[in-house]
Write a protein of this length. Structure first.
Length: 89
């Protein structure tokens, strides 16, 4: 029986050059194209949309995310729907 093992950093490496959805600690999420990352999962995204549930959406050309604050990565993810970004008053 043959089993294949894929380590977390190997999966992230396969995402370089593709869109990802990054959920951070707190109320921020980012969608963008993964340009690169290091062993600590600090990552550089380009063509980024920042989704902040208290402030709305912001477009950024490039961003460096600290791996300590990343909760989850979704390969190929498009991020939250625009309707879910509205904050109830």
């Amino acid at each position: 029986m043959s089993t294949s093992h894929l380590l977390p950093l190997e999966l992230i490496d396969k995402c370089v050059g593709y869109r990802i959805w990054v959920l951070m600690k707190g109320d921020k999420e980012f969608t963008g194209t993964l340009l690169g990352f290091d062993d600590y999962v600090n990552m550089v995204l380009v063509d980024v949309t920042e989704h902040d549930y208290s402030k709305g959406r912001t477009r950024l050309p490039k961003i460096l995310l600290n791996g300590n604050n990343i909760c989850m990565l979704v390969p190929g993810g498009e991020g939250p729907e625009s309707d879910s970004m509205e904050v109830d008053a």
